[in-house]
Design a protein around this ligand. Structure first.
Ligand SMILES: [Zn+2]
Length: 277
């Protein structure tokens, strides 16, 4: 049986096809590609696919896409759509829910929290070996807890979300707000007073996010990942230094703070979706 694993991000759409021997990889823009058309074109080429696992950068519940930021989705009930038309099984979950499974498998941990800082502020939790889902599969949307009012709205409609401070998109929006031109990088921010303030405000919000997650979850391991952390490794040390002053002391005693080493956390997690019942 061939298996297809897809990582649907805010900007890129990556897929891997496994036929037991070889792996074929494909990458496209998720902003211009219709998801259904894309998957159907792959199935036309590979009709033997029996399982599709999808990591999705947005809200999903029970095979239904609830929100689609930056992604073209014409059919929301994607599981039902493909399982009723093709002889296959499809599982789809939120990208952080996928990533945290991959991290827990890698670190061999039953109590692990993941905090990923990329375009957004993402978190997810494994408790006693199980994903903590919540009633609608929306648990631990840490990026949308109230933090401070910002001069621009969050994708969720509010204007005081933590994601408006502790994310890559927040850094870019604050740069626009202060009319700092150029591609986002910390060395660029260091060059101006406004830039340094944006960087400090981001670091403060990031430490707050980590401390809040650790205080709420009391994990054995906190894994830090995502593009912004991956490109700025000093942030892992910064979080470790600031946690004692911000987090709940009894939760910090034996906590291990680790940097993610996953290159493709979405694809790695999508592969684990086959184990779902
Ligand atoms: Zn929000």
């Amino acid at each position: 049986m061939k298996k297809l694993f897809i990582d649907i991000g805010g900007t890129k759409l990556r897929s891997e096809l496994h036929d037991g021997v070889t792996i074929r990889e494909d990458e496209q823009s998720s902003r211009t590609t219709d998801l259904i058309v894309y998957i159907e074109s792959l199935l036309k080429m590979h009709p033997e696919v029996g399982f599709i696992g999808i990591s999705y950068a947005g809200q999903v519940n029970k095979g239904v896409i609830l929100s689609a930021p930056n992604i073209t989705v014409t059919t929301k009930n994607i599981k039902e759509y493909f399982e009723s038309r093709y002889k296959l099984r499809l599982e789809i979950d939120n990208d952080l829910n996928c990533a945290v499974r991959a991290e827990a498998a890698f670190f061999n941990s039953l109590n692990l929290a993941a905090l990923y800082i990329g375009t957004g502020t993402g978190s997810a939790v494994i408790e006693k070996g199980e994903l903590f889902r919540g009633a609608e599969n929306q648990a631990f949307e840490l990026g949308h807890i109230p933090y401070k009012p910002a001069p621009f709205p969050c994708g969720c409609g509010k204007n005081n979300c933590l994601e408006l401070y502790a994310s890559g998109s927040a850094l870019e929006r604050w740069m626009q707000h202060h009319r700092i031109e150029g591609e986002l990088s910390f060395p660029l921010l260091e060059q101006s007073k406004a830039g340094r303030e944006i960087k400090e405000q981001f670091e403060e919000a990031l430490a707050f996010a980590a401390a809040t997650l650790v205080t709420l979850v009391n994990p054995e391991i906190l894994v830090l990942g995502g593009g912004v952390i991956g490109h700025n490794g000093y942030l892992v040390d910064l979080i470790q230094q600031r946690l004692p002053g911000l987090g709940f002391a009894p939760s910090l005693g034996n906590l291990k703070v680790m940097q993610s080493t996953r290159q493709q956390p979405g694809i790695d997690g999508a592969k684990l979706l086959e184990q779902d019942q």
